[in-house]
Design a binder for this molecule. Structure first.
Ligand code: AMP
Ligand code: MG
Length: 485
């Protein structure tokens, strides 16, 4: 379809006006296209050629409003680093409406009622990061919001650095933009039940439509969210993904990875790794993530429990950690090519030993799995030892791994097939994004587009980017990033 043929619908104005603001974008100066994603165009049936036209940039910049679109921002609340903030909201994101159940939103479009002290903008570096990582996550099968396009500008934006930065906008699309924080906002004040019911019905329609006519739909929606979140967290953990700011306002009620900030795919394995520079206490450290997700879901229960049985919600929530662990073990087994009984104690021990060995050997986490996938046999593991700083922890672990493979009579070729499906050659790490950002700041966007290709096809070869399949040099490994974006 042509851009002008897209017909957007808006379904948010059914709520009371205190829950949103109709607001127009404030365009950036001298906007230009940096990149667009064909596979995301397909989701909304947009012709690729349309993205090359001037009107497309105008559309993302808010200078052109599509048919049916009424731009608005949403109000939400949230627990930030454990503390309740009663009023947050889309401070720089503007919703445009939905098509094919994909809700379009631009991030960095200027001030809204919810901007607080912010300027409503997003800088180029963080927009490049969000744009690429959304697609990388999707390609790994990890539920996430998507990114259709990225525009840059000459608009000056000031953050906590000496250098003046420029504003950019990512056109994000998602099946849902509702967060736990949205429920927290709707549950404020006296007699919030009607508003909460309306919001819960909205979320059910959007993300759990099969529950629409169920008598216990609110409870069941929560149960499904608990299960889906357990799986999401298992995927994050198994691939070494760290979100960095899992506040309740950054936690989706559709169990999607949402609001990318100082995230990281871990470089060398370190279970207490913290990627967010402002996270002094390590609340959102790698290892804490499942417990934080559980905590966030508990916060949701306090809101949702006003319109259904709080007790039932909380007792179901007790299953979260074991479900998360079970899902995690499933993926980790696949990553090691193992097709064995999860409840086997030997299996759990093997995983615990692996994590210890990975940490002690100071090895690049995702490269380790890629190298295991490439082994010709398990008797010569020198290609793996060569990328570790310390060799003996992994040597010892491999003996246990080989033992288990022998007892379980695992077929080597079947193991390789399993591994090939779960161990990508390329995982987008922060140093790669930084390299793309550095050249983008000079006006060269080729690497942004190359990285997008790699992100969308992580299991392919990409011969000219062989270096990105190598371990991150230790001095650039697990570096903390600022929250400012
Ligand atoms: P985050 O943790 O980055 O998702 O953001 C937390 C809250 O701050 C959200 O309500 C954002 O909309 C808001 N926010 C972050 N940066 C800005 C900005 N530059 N201008 C306005 N609001 C912002
Ligand atoms: Mg956020």
């Amino acid at each position: 379809m042509k851009l002008d043929e897209l017909n957007l619908e808006v379904d948010y104005f059914q709520f009371d006006e205190k829950f949103y603001e109709k607001v127009d974008a404030t365009p950036l100066n001298n906007p230009f296209l940096i990149s667009y994603s064909k596979s995301v165009c397909d989701l909304i049936n947009l012709d690729y050629k349309e993205c090359e036209k001037e009107d497309f940039v105008k559309f993302i910049n808010g200078e052109k409003v599509l048919k049916g679109s009424i731009p608005f921002s949403m109000a939400y609340a949230g627990h930030q680093f454990g503390y309740f903030v009663p009023q947050l909201g889309d401070g720089r994101a503007i919703n445009l409406g939905y098509i094919n159940n994909w809700h379009l939103q631009t991030k960095g479009s200027g001030l809204t009622k919810y901007s607080r002290q912010g300027d409503g903008r997003a800088v180029l570096r963080s927009s490049i990061r969000e744009y690429i990582i959304s697609e990388a996550m999707h390609a790994l099968g990890i539920p996430t919001t998507r990114a259709l396009a990225l525009i840059g500008s000459s608009h000056k934006v000031y953050r906590d650095y000496l250098e003046v930065e420029t504003g950019a906008i990512v056109l994000r699309v998602s099946p849902s933009w509702i967060r736990i924080g949205t429920f927290e906002f709707f549950s404020r004040g006296k007699n919030p039940e009607n508003n909460l019911r309306q919001l819960a019905n909205y979320v059910i329609n959007q993300s759990y439509p099969h529950l629409k006519n169920d008598e216990d739909k609110y409870e069941k929606m929560y149960f499904e969210l608990v299960d889906k979140s357990a799986k999401l967290l298992a995927q994050w953990m198994a691939y070494g993904f760290q979100h960095g700011v899992i506040n309740t306002d950054n936690f989706s009620t559709a169990a999607l990875t949402i609001d990318y900030g100082p995230f990281a795919f871990m470089d060398h394995f370190s279970k207490h790794s913290v990627c967010n520079h402002t996270d002094m206490e390590g609340r959102y450290s790698y290892n804490n993530q499942p417990e934080i997700a559980r905590w966030n879901l508990e916060i949701l229960a306090y809101s949702l429990g006003k319109i259904c049985s709080f007790q039932k919600l909380i007792s179901y929530l007790k299953t979260f950690m074991s479900k998360q662990q079970e899902e995690y073990l499933k993926i980790m087994n696949q990553r090691l090519g193992l097709d064995i009984d999860l409840s086997d104690d030997g299996n759990l021990d093997l995983m615990i030993d692996l994590l210890e060995a990975l940490e002690e050997s100071k090895i690049d986490y995702n490269c380790f799995f890629y190298e295991v996938t490439k082994l010709e046999n398990f008797d010569n593991i020198s290609s793996i030892l060569d990328i570790a700083v310390f060799r003996s922890p992994l040597e010892n672990w491999f003996e246990k791994y080989k033992q288990l493979i022998k007892i379980q009579k695992q077929d080597f070729f079947k193991m390789k097939e399993l591994m090939k499906k779960t161990n990508p050659k390329f995982v987008i790490k922060n140093y790669m994004l930084q390299e793309a950002i550095d050249v983008a700041k000079q006006g060269d966007f080729k690497l942004v587009n190359d990285l997008l290709k790699i992100a969308q096809n992580p299991f392919s070869e990409h011969k000219e980017f062989e270096r990105y399949a190598k371990p991150t040099p230790l001095e650039y490994s697990n570096i903390k990033l600022s929250c400012s974006s």
